[in-house]
Structures are given as structure tokens and as C-alpha cells.
Design a protein around this ligand. Structure first.
Ligand SMILES: [Zn+2]
Ligand SMILES: [Zn+2]
Length: 97
């Protein structure tokens, strides 16, 4: 067991229905059912979806990333071509209250 001790590896999901937006990050690790409101991820230590290393997630100018990853991986992806999936990964949230 010991699932409570790990750092979570999150993925963004919209739980809202009827066109409403209710974004949460849920943990993708096996046997873990943890999830948090999307805006609560900022400042949390989480696992990078690309390099699997822990990092502190920072506010991305009001954007939520579907697969949160660390700054190092972000920089790398900036050099990758435009069709890199990372661009689709960025979920623009207009007004979340
Ligand atoms: Zn977890
Ligand atoms: Zn990384």
C-alpha cells in the first residue's frame, strides 16, 4: 500500500456537465484515486509527466496543462516543432471562479 505517501502524477479532467467547466487534476498512478481542484495544483509538489521527477508546479499564466510537466521539460518542448502534442496540451481557461 503506502499510496498516501507518494507525490501525485496529475492529469487534467473536466468533471463539469452541461457545458460547464469544473476542472480537476486526478492522479494517474495505479491504485490512486486522489484528485484536486485544478487551481489547487499551483505550488504543489507533483511528478513530472515527462521525466518522472518531482517539481513544484507554478502558475502558467492562468493556463492549465493537461499533463503537468516541469520547467526543464517545458523548455525542451519549446524547441520541438509546432505539431508537438504539447500545444494541444495547453487548455485555455477563460474564466474560472
Ligand atoms: Zn496519487
Ligand atoms: Zn520534467
Amino acid at each position: 500500500m503506502g499510496n498516501k505517501d507518494h507525490l501525485h502524477k496529475y492529469k487534467l479532467k473536466n468533471l463539469g456537465s452541461d457545458g460547464k467547466l469544473y476542472l480537476v487534476y486526478f492522479c494517474t498512478l495505479p491504485n490512486c484515486t486522489n484528485y484536486i481542484r485544478a487551481d489547487l495544483i499551483y505550488g504543489k509538489e507533483v511528478i513530472c509527466n515527462r521525466c518522472d521527477r518531482p517539481y513544484i508546479h507554478k502558475n502558467w499564466e492562468g493556463r492549465y496543462v493537461v499533463h503537468p510537466h516541469c520547467l526543464d521539460c517545458t523548455k525542451k518542448s519549446d524547441k520541438v516543432k509546432k505539431h508537438d502534442a504539447d500545444l494541444d496540451d495547453i487548455f485555455k481557461v477563460l474564466e474560472v471562479k
